[in-house]
Design a protein around this ligand. Structure first.
Ligand code: SF4
Ligand code: SF4
Length: 135
């Protein structure tokens, strides 16, 4: 992935929003990698948990919001207990998910689905759709 850093993205409000929603100090991370080493889901991730923290530190918003990893994370919190700096990595991933959900992109209007479509939709998809209203 080619990434061009600039003062603009490093100072993007996205960084402070992730810190506010997660309650974590992103700059406390020193990239030891223990969070990723213990994560049971990294084989499916495109950005590893320690990389998520690094990307968030420097404001790589577009990369994080497009990442598969934020949806692959199972919120098992193994990363949280392994972090020597006490950073709750799972909460950072959750904060990024919330930022995306609050944009309400790709929102499904449940009432506009036909009965046949509703019967095909997995229950978790409907729950996720409702979650966009409550997050
Ligand atoms: S375990 Fe903690 S300090 Fe180490 S890379 Fe992960 S978040 Fe950063
Ligand atoms: S909470 Fe998510 S990122 Fe952390 S170890 Fe579990 S699956 Fe991996």
């Amino acid at each position: 992935m080619n990434i061009v850093l600039s003062r603009q993205i490093i100072h993007d409000p996205f960084v402070s929003k992730v810190e506010e929603l997660s309650g974590q100090n992103l700059l406390a991370c020193y990239q030891c990698g223990k969070c990723s080493a213990g994560c049971p889901s990294i084989s499916q991730m495109d950005i590893l948990p320690n990389q998520v923290i690094r990307y968030a530190q420097i404001g790589l918003k577009d990369e994080l919001l497009a990442s598969r990893s934020i949806w692959i994370c199972a919120s098992c919190m193994t990363c949280d207990v392994r972090c020597p700096k006490g950073i709750n990595v799972a909460e950072v991933l959750e904060a990024i998910r919330l930022i995306l959900l609050r944009q309400r992109k790709d929102h499904v209007e449940v009432e506009e689905l036909s009965d046949a479509e509703k019967s095909d939709v997995p229950p978790i998809a409907l729950i996720s759709s409702m979650r966009k209203f409550t997050s």
